[in-house]
Ligand binder design. Structure first.
Ligand code: HEM
Length: 408
C-alpha cells in the first residue's frame, strides 16, 4: 500500500481488510510528518480545511499531555465544527476544556473510583450470571453482540443512572444512532442524519427530565443536586451529561467484549494461557483486548496556538485526530504489534485515551465488566467461540461489531 491509496476520511477505508488497514497505518507512521486529510462530506456541517492524522504513539502521548495546546473545546468527537443546535445534546464535558471540564468531571468522578465500582461488583456479577443462564437455556448458538456483549454494560450504566428496565430499549437504540457514524442499519438516509441524531438526543433528554423528577439515590440525582460555582446545572448541561454517560458507558464496552470473544477464538493458544491461570492473567488480557480492539478509533483536538511537537509545526486552528487505534499498533512501542498476546508488558496502550484530563472516566468500570463477563463465559461455557467473521459497524470513529455469531 502506498500513501496515495490511503484516505482515512473515507468510511470505505475502515471496511478494508484488517491487514490492509494495518499496513496503511504502518505507512502513515513511517512518514516524517503527520499527513493532512480532507474532511469527509456530511450533509449538516460545512467541510473545513482538513485535519492532521496523528498515528504515532509518541505524538499521541505528547498531545494528550498538553491540553492547553491540543484542546477539546471545539469538539473532540466530530471532525466538523457542528451547528449550534447539536450543543443542546452533545455539548458535554468531553467537548470542553479545564477549568469547566474539571468542575463538571468532579461531580461524577466519585461514582467511578475503584472503591465505588467495587460496590457495583455484585450487580455486574448477577447480570453476567443471568446472561449466561439465558444462553444455556436457549443454546447452542446466538448473536453474541445482542445476547451477551450489549446486555451487561447497558444494564450497569442504567442501574447507576436509576433508569428502569422499560427504558433500556430507548437508551440502546438512541446510543446506536448517536455512535453509528452513518451505518445504514442505524441511519438509513444520510440526508436525514442531522434529524436522526438530534431526535435521538431529544429522546434521551426527555428521559433524563422524567427521571430527574422521580428522585432516588443515583447518578442523575447527583447531577441535579450538584453545585458548580454556586449554580445548578442547566437543563442543557444535565441532558448532555446524561447523554455522554449513557452513550460512552454502553457501546464501547460492548465492542470490547465482542472483539474479545473473536480474538480468543482466533487465538486458541491465548485462550489456553488464560485458562491455565484466569485470575493471574485476566487483567493483562483485558488490556490486550482494549489495545487491539481500540473501540474508540480516534478523538479530535484543535490547536490553540502555533506549536512545534516532535519536529512538526502545528498552526493555531489546525484540527488533529488522535488515532488511538494506530498508536496501539505502533511498532516502536509494541513488538509484533498485531499479535494478540495477553502476557504483553509493553505500553501503555491508549485505548482509554492518553495521559490527560479526558482519560476515560469509565475505565475501571469497563475493566470490571469485561473481566466478570469472560470469567462467567469461559467457566460455564468452555466451548464458546465466535463463528464466522464479525459484521462490522460502518464507521471511522467506533471500531464496532454489530453482529457476531457464536456457538457453545
Ligand atoms: C472518555 C474509551 C468505557 C465514560 C474516553 C476516552 C476514550 C474512551 C478513548 C477519551 C476521550 C478523549 O481522549 O477525548 C473507552 C473504552 C471503553 C470505555 C475503549 C470500554 C472498553 C467507558 C465506560 C464509561 C465511560 C463504561 C462509563 C460511563 C467515559 C467518559 C469520558 C470517556 C464520561 C469522558 C471523560 C472526559 O471528557 O473527561 N473513553 N471508554 N467510558 N469515557 Fe470511556
Amino acid at each position: 500500500i502506498d500513501l496515495s491509496d490511503i484516505d482515512l476520511s473515507d468510511v470505505a477505508f475502515w471496511e478494508r481488510p484488517m491487514t490492509e488497514r494495518e499496513s496503511a497505518f504502518a505507512v502513515l507512521r513511517a512518514q516524517p510528518h503527520p499527513i493532512r486529510f480532507p474532511e469527509p462530506e456530511i450533509s449538516f456541517a460545512p467541510a473545513g480545511p482538513g485535519y492532521y492524522a496523528l498515528v504515532r504513539h509518541a505524538d499521541i502521548i505528547e498531545a494528550s499531555r498538553n491540553p492547553e495546546v491540543f484542546c477539546s473545546g471545539r469538539s473532540s468527537t466530530s471532525i466538523h465544527d457542528l451547528p449550534v443546535e447539536f450543543n443542546e445534546y452533545f455539548g458535554s464535558m468531553i467537548n470542553m476544556d479545564d477549568p469547566r471540564h474539571a468542575r463538571l468531571r468532579r461531580i461524577v468522578s466519585r461514582a467511578f473510583t475503584p472503591k465505588m465500582i467495587k460496590q457495583f461488583e455484585d450487580d455486574v456479577q448477577s447480570e453476567a450470571t443471568r446472561i449466561v443462564d439465558d444462553l444455556i437455556a436457549e443454546g447452542p448458538g446466538c448473536d453474541f453482540v445482542t445476547e451477551v456483549a450489549a446486555k451487561l454494560p447497558l444494564k450497569i450504566i442504567c442501574d447507576m443512572m436509576g433508569i428502569p428496565e422499560e427504558h433500556y430499549q430507548t437508551v440502546f437504540e438512541a446510543s446506536n444512532v448517536i455512535l453509528s457514524g452513518g451505518d445504514p442499519e442505524f441511519i438509513d438516509d444520510v440526508s436525514r442524519a442531522a434529524e436522526l441524531l438530534l431526535g435521538a438526543g431529544q429522546r434521551l433528554q426527555d428521559l433524563v427530565v422524567s427521571l430527574a423528577d422521580a428522585g432516588g439515590d443515583n447518578l442523575i440525582t447527583s447531577l441535579t443536586s450538584a453545585n458548580i460555582d454556586g449554580e445548578k446545572l442547566t437543563m442543557q448541561e444535565l441532558g448532555s451529561f446524561f447523554i455522554l454517560l449513557v452513550v460512552a458507558g454502553n457501546e464501547t464496552t460492548r465492542n470490547a467484549i465482542s472483539h474479545g470473544l473473536h480474538l480468543f477464538t482466533e487465538n486458541p493458544d491465548q485462550r489456553a494461557l488464560l485458562a491455565e491461570d484466569f485470575d493471574g492473567r485476566i487483567a493483562g488480557a483485558v488490556e490486550e483486548i482494549v489495545r487491539l480492539a481500540s473501540p474508540v478509533a480516534w478523538m479530535r483536538r484543535t490547536v490553540t496556538r502555533d506549536h512545534e511537537m516532535n519536529g512538526t509545526l502545528y498552526r493555531e486552528g489546525d484540527k488533529v485526530l488522535l488515532y488511538y487505534w494506530a498508536a496501539n499498533r505502533d511498532e516502536a512501542v509494541f513488538t509484533d504489534p498485531h499479535r494478540f498476546d495477553i502476557l504483553r508488558t509493553e505500553g501503555p496502550h491508549v485505548g482509554f485515551g492518553g495521559p490527560g484530563p479526558h482519560f476515560c472516566l469509565g475505565a475501571h468500570l469497563a475493566r470490571r465488566e469485561i473481566t466478570v463477563m469472560f470469567r462467567e463465559l469461559f467457566t460455564r461455557l468452555p466451548q464458546i467461540r465466535s463463528a464466522g467473521e464479525p459484521d462490522r459497524l460502518r464507521s471511522s470513529f467506533i471500531n464496532g461489531i454489530k453482529h457476531l455469531a457464536c456457538e457453545f
